[in-house]
Design a protein around this ligand. Structure first.
Ligand code: V1D
Ligand code: CA
Length: 549
């Protein structure tokens, strides 16, 4: 059935549209365009699946989600000293293997290994979303954003045969009504309507939606948004339904988009949409952003809630875009202490960055106990990025991904910025390998875009000889302030922290209960599952000629 746009828009939740005319930097926080956080789907009884094998499936799945394997326990013990023992003591003082009583401490229940054997890495536990059309759009001749980098990354992934170790999906194109779960209906409708040929007719409206130099109107703009947002939504839904443990969408991660306007090359904020989806099943979602720019759109959407903790590492100072993300911005009202900003200066290197990252993220996970993590892996934090100013190697960047993966918490991984496209492709291929526990040989195998990786045709690129303007004392003061703020949460757990439902409240995937759009998605997704070898023959990505794209 084909539906017109207006019928989709009419169905979308209408949210108050606040006056846009306030200067953005001066808007009081109470006027920010935040997301309407969904209620947790925790009020249903245990598994409703009618399948006779459901118990085993449920056990296995729950084993992953709530009861980490013994190897995970080891990792947790390594990164979160004392946590596991404390959890065991609190929820199972006798120490034996038994199911959690309803009265057991909910706060700690997610770290107690009880059911089942250690979870082995299986092919179907990693879902990877890619649509060849996403790389075919063109922002314009002088624009630094080159979606073609997504094709290059994907072909590197294929050339290393990583597709054989995961499930590859073509995402559905997100419906306007799905986009309007966060964005205002008029903005979504405008994005749908506007084309390069018609934009002169809407010259007065373009500034209202911040369309212009940073966020140009180009051919197939709306479809581009539908694809990358569809990928992140599909990824979140697969995590919710436990059909994977890690979901990857390198086309996503467009963290600057606001409720009613584009910003910083981002039109639709797929991360906010994905997090809203995860919040239907998870009490708390942790968002981590290692793009060199501040994750302002995601922070703003969840600034007043404790259901999402946002942590952004970014360059701050000299009015570097978007000029937000001060250490002092920590969230407000219910959200106070649930926004964390790590402002950094030029030239930060692997050892300073990864040390700070690990210390902060370990403490955040220990304190916040997220049910799911969204990791934005913007590759503009790499050395030699055309817009960035950090000095990270691909190994340093990937070390952060490896560290987050070790928590064995459902993980949604996206791309983001990244403007030296051969390094972006290298970085996301290496990180796909990290998520698959596969180290990639340094020599790049032959692939459609091999010429971009010359003259050495290697994955590793030498570091820059660049000053690190982040002194030890500066980094230490950042760490101290963040730890202090986290202590405030530990000492005053909010109501939310006690609302984690026991695992048996978490509903399993139940097709009958999906709404119409979700059922369409599922059906479409099922049709779109690709065979391992399919991309070798049928892919219609950009071909060899880059044409400056
Ligand atoms: F250099 C350019 C050439 C053409 C068009 C735009 C740019 C450009 C470079 N840097 N634009 C920027 C940044 N915008 C400004 C504003 C212009 N105003 C007056 C201020 O400085 C935007 C940088 C966006 C970075 C996006 C991102 O990397 O964070 C990202 N993450 O996910 C997707 C993109
Ligand atoms: Ca960032």
């Amino acid at each position: 059935m084909t539906r017109s746009y207006s019928s989709y828009a009419a169905q979308g939740p209408s949210q108050p549209i606040l006056p846009y005319s306030l200067p953005r930097r001066r808007q009081p926080r109470s006027h920010l365009h935040r997301a309407v956080v969904p209620r947790l789907r925790s009020d249903r009884a245990a598994s409703t699946s009618s399948s006779s094998s459901s118990l085993e499936i449920c056990r296995r799945r729950r084993c992953f989600r709530f009861f980490p394997s013994s190897s995970t326990a080891a990792v947790l013990q390594e990164v979160l000293p004392g946590l596991l023992e404390a959890g065991r003591r609190r929820s199972n003082p006798g120490g034996g293997r038994r199911a959690l009583p309803a009265s057991a401490s909910r706060r700690w229940s997610s770290f107690v290994p009880i059911l089942g054997p250690p979870l082995m890495l299986e092919k179907d536990r990693i879902a990877y979303f890619y649509d060849g059309d996403v790389g075919n759009v063109y922002f314009g001749p002088n624009h630094p954003m080159k979606p073609h980098r997504l094709c290059m990354a994907h072909h590197l992934v294929l050339s290393y045969e990583l597709h054989k170790k995961m499930e590859i999906y073509r995402p559905h194109k997100a419906y306007p009504t799905e986009l309007a779960q966060f964005h205002s209906a008029d903005y979504v409708e405008f994005l749908h309507r506007i084309t390069p040929d018609t934009q002169h007719l809407y010259a007065n409206e373009l500034p209202r939606y911040n369309l212009g130099e940073d966020c140009p109107v180009f051919d197939n703009l709306f479809e581009f948004c539908q694809i990358y947002a569809g990928g992140t939504l599909d990824a979140a839904r697969r995590l919710n339904h436990k059909t994977c443990d890690i979901a990857i969408n390198w086309a996503g991660g467009l963290h600057h988009a606001k409720k009613g306007e584009a910003s910083g090359f981002c039109y639709i904020n797929d991360l906010v949409l994905g997090i809203l989806e995860l919040l239907k099943y998870h009490a708390r979602v942790l968002y981590i952003d290692i793009d060199v720019h501040h994750g302002d759109g995601v922070e703003e959407a969840f600034y007043f809630t404790d259901r999402v903790m946002t942590v952004s590492f970014h360059k701050y100072g000299d009015l570097f875009f978007p000029a937000t993300g001060d250490i002092k911005d920590i969230g407000e009202r219910e959200g106070k202490y649930y926004a964390i900003n790590i402002p950094l200066k030029d030239g930060i290197d692997d050892s300073s960055f990864t040390r700070l990252f690990k210390t902060i993220i370990a403490k955040v996970v220990e304190t916040y106990l997220p049910g799911a993590i969204v990791l934005q892996c913007g590759a503009d934090s790499l050395a030699r990025d055309r817009l960035g100013c950090f000095n990270l190697s691909i190994e340093g960047h990937a070390e952060c991904v490896k560290f987050v993966k070790k928590f064995n918490i459902p993980l949604l991984v996206t791309g983001g910025g990244g403007y030296t496209k051969e390094n972006v492709a290298r970085c996301w291929a290496v990180e796909t390998g990290v998520l698959l526990d596969t180290e990639l040989p340094n020599e790049i195998p032959d692939n459609e875009y091999i010429e971009y990786f010359g003259p050495d045709y290697t994955l590793k690129v030498p570091n820059l000889n660049m000053d690190n303007l982040n002194s030890k004392s500066y980094l230490s003061s950042i760490k101290v302030q963040v730890m202090e703020n986290l202590r405030a949460i530990q000492h005053a757990p909010s109501v939310q922290m006690q609302e984690v439902p026991p695992d048996f409240y978490i509903p399993d995937f139940d097709e009958d209960e999906l709404d119409l759009d979700e059922r369409i998605d599922q059906h479409t997704q099922d049709k779109q599952i690709h065979r391992d070898d399919e991309y070798y023959e049928g892919d219609n990505d950009n071909d060899h000629e880059d044409g400056g794209r």
